[in-house]
Structures are given as C-alpha cells and as structure tokens.
Design a protein around this ligand. Sequence first.
Ligand SMILES: NC(=O)c1ccc[n+]([C@@H]2O[C@H](COP(=O)([O-])OP(=O)(O)OC[C@H]3O[C@@H](n4cnc5c(N)ncnc54)[C@H](O)[C@@H]3O)[C@@H](O)[C@H]2O)c1
Length: 482
Amino acid sequence: MNAIVNEATAELECDQIKSEIQRVFEQQRATALHLRQSGKAERVAKIRKLKAAVLANREAIIAAGFADFGKPAAEVELTEILPVIAEANDAIRKLGSWMKPKKVWPSRLSVGTQGYTQYEPKGRVLIVAPWNYPVNLSLGPLVSALAAGNAVIIKPSEMTPHASAVIDKILREVFAEDEVALFEGPASVAQALLELPFDHIFFTGSPAVGKIVMAAAAKHLTSVTLELGGKSPTIVDDTADLAAAARNILWAKFTNNGQTCIAPDHVYVHASVKDAFLQHCIAALEDAYGKEAEQAESPFLARIVNERHAERVKVLLDDAKARGARVVTGGQVDTGLRYIAPTLIDDIPDDAKIMSEEIFGPLLPIISFTDLDTVIARINADPKPLALYVWSRKQANIDKIMQQTTSGGACINHCVVQFLHGNLPFGGVNNSGIGSGHGHYGFLAFSHERAVVRGRIMLAKMFYPPYTATTRKLISLFIKTV
Ligand SMILES: NC(=O)c1ccc[n+]([C@@H]2O[C@H](COP(=O)([O-])OP(=O)(O)OC[C@H]3O[C@@H](n4cnc5c(N)ncnc54)[C@H](O)[C@@H]3O)[C@@H](O)[C@H]2O)c1
C-alpha cells in the first residue's frame, strides 16, 4: 500500500515539476526576445551583480563545500570561487569587443559586397552541471550565457545539495526567474528539462549521460556543448624534472580527492626513472598531507562525494589488487566516512577495471614504459581523452607525443592549468566532449554567429538567365580564376 502511495506522490510531484518548468520556460520566451536587443551595459550589469553575490556568499559557498564533501576552504576558494570571478571579470573587460560585429574581406566570388558576422544570443538555454565543482561548473557557464544575452535555466547535480542551496540563494538574490531560473532534483528533473526545445544546451558530466543529452537535443535540433570526462593520461619520460613532476601531478590528482574531470587519471613513467619518481611522489604526498598514517586526519584532503561513489572507487582498487597490483602507498578505505587515502598503485595488469574506467577518485596507477611508441599506441587505442600531460625536457619527445596523439587540451610540464587559462578554449574531443567554453569561447558557445552580406555592386546580375554564350564564358573564367 505504502509503495503505491509513494509512487502516486512521486508521479504527482513529477507532474508538478514538469508544469513548473513549462511555466518558467514560457516566461523566458519574452525575456529572450527582449535580450536579443540587449547591449553591453545591460549584460555587464547582470554579470557584475552575479559576481557581487558570489563574493557576498563566499563563506556560505565554503561551508557548502565542506558540508557536501569535506572540502578544505582553500580548495573551495581556488576551484569554485576564483574561476567564476575570473570568468566574470574577463567578460566584463572584453564583452564590448566580443559583441562587436566582425568584418570580413570579400572572397573572390563576393567581390562588391561587405560581409560581417553578427553575434546574436541563442535565446533560451539550459545549463546542466555535475557535482564535482558544483558552483564553478554552473556559474562559470552562466557568466558566458549572460554575456551572450540569453535567458537561462540551470539544473545542478542532486549529489551536492548544500552547494545547490547556495547557488539557488545567489540566483534568487540577483535574477528574476524569467532571466535565470534553477531547478534542483534528480535525473528525472533533467529529463523533464531535456524535453523542451531549448536553443542551446551546455552539459557538463559523464560521457554516458552526454549521449542521453545529445539524443534528447536531436529531437529539437538543439545545439549542444558537451563537457565530458574520461581517462586523462600523463607521461613522465626519462628527462623530466621528477621532483617538479611529482609535486604537480599529485596536486592535480588529489585536489578535490581526485574528483576532477581533468585530473591525471594514470601516469606512464619511463622504467629507468620509475623508482626515483615514486620516491618523489611519496615525499610530495608527505609534504602535502603528512605521513601515510596521518593522512586520514589531514585537513587538506576532501572526501568522496557519497558512499556510492566511495564504494565505486573501492571496487576499482580491490579489483586491481585481486589481479596482482601493488599498492605503493595509501590504500586505506572507509566507505562509511567516504575516505579513501591518496593511493599510488604499481604493477597493474592491463585487464584491471582501473585501466578502462574513469577513476574519478584518489587512486593513481603508475605504469612503467621503455618505448614511447607503445605508450602512444595505448593512448590512441583508448577513447580520446579530455586532457593529456607530458613531462619531459626533450623537445623531440614532446613533439612526438603532441603530433601523434589527440586530446581536448594538453599541458607540457604542467597539469590542469589549462582550465584556468581564460584565453584558451576548454573542452574535449568526441568521447570527452563536443564544443568548448571559457572566456571568448564560452561567449561563442552561447551565441549564434549570423553571417551577413550587404550588397554593393550586383555581380550576380551577370549570371541571371537567360544563359547565353557570354554567361557560360564568364562562369568558365570564374572556375579558372577563383
Ligand atoms: N569536461 C568537463 O569540464 C567536466 C567537468 C566536471 C566533470 N566532468 C565529468 O562529469 C562526470 C562526473 O559528474 P557527474 O557524476 O555529476 O556526471 P553525470 O553525467 O552523472 O551527471 C551530470 C548531470 O546530469 C544529470 N543526469 C544524470 N543522469 C541523467 C539522465 N539519465 N538524464 C539526464 N540528466 C541526467 C545529473 O542530475 C547532473 O546534473 C565525470 O565523467 C567527469 O569527468 C567533466
């Protein structure tokens, strides 16, 4: 009986959410039409208000990061607040030039015309965010959507309720719901949103859900930006600065306890320097989080977002160990406390699950190699990664890796900073994503580039029917000379 009542209640709630979503979506139609004519001042004013509200709620965002996954305050500020402020400042400074129509030279076939691209808001857009950087990955794209002049609906992840509550508070402080609205809830809420004919969907999450989003978007031919995940490889060759590599790779890996889309997933290290690299890694771990036995108490390590994910990461570790892998350091797991120690794993057989699934947790496989070609072949046999990191002082090795592999982004002698570089596109390639965001690229993702040609001299007149011998000669001339 209870199950039936629960089901009926859930269905009723679902219907209520759907009609609420529909109501807001309809309201946003008029806003989108108004925004089509909005200028720089109006858009910048919105971004300034958003930025001020983020800063005013700084402590609340820090508290939410701690409540959701025990995230240290410094990490919340560095990875959740700073990127949003940087995105906002970039848009405030540059929006004037981004919005300006861009003139182009006439091509040989369009001599006598004036051509330019005009940047128009896409209209009503949907931003779907994941849980791992809930503030950054919903408000960062929001800045770009506002810069481009859109009405926006945001769907944050259900797994970080404290962050969602702060985001909701910030948005309510700054926007009317016909400008920016937020719908919290499980995947079913995202599915209800995906039924609507949005003008663009900006989705950040897993490749599996990315496919669902793209299929739903296809029904309305809605354009998509898909910021997805995957296994980002890191290569450390025998010429690398091992101390610098170890410190930087581990920082990139264990920030947010490994729950970062562009974290180094696994490391290929040249066999001749593997032992030295491992020693540097252990020293770097101790510097950052204390001795192995103290690391569970470190205030600088976040926790896994929930028990289900802690269990998922534990299964990867157990499977690797069962197949003969060796834990170099770490390996302690308490799923109840959502704690998994920073763990380095060696001697992993190729068929271990950890070598094919995105780890998204604090386990770092170290794989030794002697021949760079085999590493490149392995990388190319896997789906195209979101990021690739190379540590080397040998230009020939760097060139070889960069020319013979692909990835959404890459760093040479660095990790993860491509995210913070606002002048570069941030995105994946195929399985790791489609399209890109950040800065100007974010503005473009949420804009329609309308191609406009203004006629001056009417060259086309020469080709009007009736088609005479002269017309044919002229066409031949163009074919030869164009
Ligand atoms: N490329 C990037 O910038 C980037 C950044 C962060 C995370 N990621 C990736 O995101 C993944 C982790 O985040 P996650 O677990 O929140 O991802 P996810 O794909 O499970 O969820 C993302 C969002 O989609 C919604 N969702 C879940 N199932 C859905 C469904 N069936 N239909 C419609 N919507 C659904 C969720 O509610 C959430 O809001 C990892 O793969 C990671 O690499 C990528």
